[in-house]
Write a protein that binds this ligand. Sequence first.
Ligand SMILES: Cc1ncc(COP(=O)(O)O)c(C=O)c1O
Length: 381
Amino acid sequence: MKVYLDNSATSWPKPPAVLDAMSTYINEYGASPGRSGHGFAVRAAREVFETRELIASLFNVESSERVIFSANATHAINIALKGLLKKGDHVIITHMEHNSVRRPLKYLKSIGLIDVTIADCCEKGYVDIDKLTSCFRENTKLVVTIHGSNVSGAVMPIDRIGQICKAKGVLYMVDAAQTAGFIPIDMQNDSIDILVFTGHKKLYGPPGIGGLCIRNGIHIDTLIHGGTGSRSELDVHPDFYPDRLEAGTPNTLGILGLKAGIQYIIAKGIDSIRERLGQQTAFLINALKGIDEITLYGPGTSENRLPLVSMNVKKISPSQLALTLDSEYGIMTRAGLHCSPLAHQTLSTLPQGTVRFSLGCFTTDKEIDYTINALKRIITS
Ligand SMILES: Cc1ncc(COP(=O)(O)O)c(C=O)c1O
């Protein structure tokens, strides 16, 4: 039996409609959108436009031209941070951030551009709102927080943080790599200025596509200059959105796969996917809770959390456990630091990290039972 429980890294399998949309594009009209005026190019451009509109409606973005496509969440985060921050700016992040946020900020700090303060989180991974509030300074320009932790599963109160930032006149950016498509996000109601998403996790698109959504009125300088298919007579990059932040031939294949992925979760019902995955996660946690050798990390079953379980087994290293699960039982998990050493510091799981079981909308109850039994057998062997 093969059991894929690494959906926080990337979701698998993908809905069949994702592959259909991608192969239809390649086989029937694989032209570059926004470049030429022929029928194939116009059809591709229309599909890309419809995807922007779909994403704008999914996250309640004011204008669909402010939905920017990128290669992944990391690329989107770099576009936003490097295009927004100026000398002397101060940024607040939390102790649960992914390296995709931490490393570009560390780099900008190392070249003397900005200063960064890291707000503490509790041992489950929730940010301490009072501590976050005490981090603000006169020159704070931006707060960046993860929405859902890829390590502990804790989901941050982004609406509360958004209100605090709004009241202080500070921009708020949310890294929704783990939550977009799983937890409803409303940019306007949640007072989010910049929302970063990735296409290949809970939006069920292919790898290689992600993006950012930007509130009207916020200007982000162009990171990559080049061809856009628009204003070709100019020797400077166009300043209007989305072209301002999209240079070079887009990943139309990825965009159309993403569109099909989003249509799939909408048709299935984002709330019902979340409810079912919540039940499966709770079942897994409750089964593991009773086993003495197992240490579970992160929030309890009744808290706002993601469908992942981070754990360790006494006397077995995370890498050894993941290897045994894979080689002897066909169960695929992720072991180690999950690109987020700050989060592991919060959970006290440095230096070895954890084994993470992450569920997706194709995970079955039978697979969960099989995983629980495999863990019991490994522990008693
Ligand atoms: C919270 C978080 N942020 C950012 C990323 C980076 O996403 P991507 O691989 O699409 O760049 C990930 C990926 O695991 C993540 O979990």
